[in-house]
Structures are given as C-alpha cells and as structure tokens.
Design a protein around this ligand. Sequence first.
Ligand SMILES: [Zn+2]
Length: 171
Amino acid sequence: MRRIVDGPPIGFVIDVVNGWASAVRHDAPGPDGPAYPDRSNLGERWGVTVPTLDDLTITDWANLAYDVFAATAEGRLAAANRILTSLDLRPVLASHGLRWRCSDDQLMGALLGASLVRYSSERDPGLAHLGTCVGVRCCDAYVDQSQGSTRRYCSTRCQNRTKTYRRRGHT
Ligand SMILES: [Zn+2]
C-alpha cells in the first residue's frame, strides 16, 4: 500500500532517535536498559500514524537519523541525504503544503526524512542547529534554539548532573 505523509515537526525525529537509536540506548543504565517508548504516545504527540514495526526496525531508522545529529557540521546534510536517497519518497503538492508519497514498509523512514526536509526548508537549511549532548553517559539528540547557538546539553538536568560529576574529580 502507498500512502501520503506529512513532515512532522523535528521534535518527532528527536523522540524517535532518543527512544530507539542504539548509541543513545547503549548509554542507558541497567543491564537491559529501559523499555522502548510507547509508540502510541509518539503518534498522539506529533499527530502522525506510527507504523506497526518491531522495535529493531525502528532502531535501524533511528540509527540513520542519529547520524544526522552526531555528524560534524559539514557531514550533517550528507547524513540526512543518505536517509532521503534510501527511500522511495515522492513529493506531492497539496492545497495544505508539501506532502510525500511513500510505501507502507518505508513509513518510519519517510516520516523521519519528511520531517528533516520540513525542518531544513523552514528553519535551518544546513541543519546547523542539530547536535548531540556532551553530558556524562549521555548523547541524546537535540535542536539548539539558544541565542548564539551555544547549546551543548540535551537538558539543564543533564548539564547539572555532568557538572556535579566533574566537581567530584571525574573528568
Ligand atoms: Zn544529555
């Protein structure tokens, strides 16, 4: 089956990356790490139909998307283009804006790709404001919306945790 997808806000990509990407989950505490996030929340939160894929398939797509955030500034567009060229994604003009036609089995990739296209075209052509956290045992993806683009942590909580850790003599 073919379907038409919208490009969800970039927050959708961040939720998928931080919920499923191997690099992010690898750093999670505990022997098995936390459970995967609830997919229905993701759909509700961003107003998209989340495909009924198994978590490992979502992880494959999340890993590709993670590479976009973790790449150097120069490599970020290339990483995003790797997602787009791996998809059979066709643009469709609609009265409410640009939409994308994709096959059912590529739905997760299409949502991620369409979201990156939307974010790039509306706000950040070079994807310069995407990044990953430098906190201790954290590499979550984020969008830097700070004045002067100085963000380095996924959250204030993570920044404080890292400061405390370093203050105790760790490096
Ligand atoms: Zn962090």
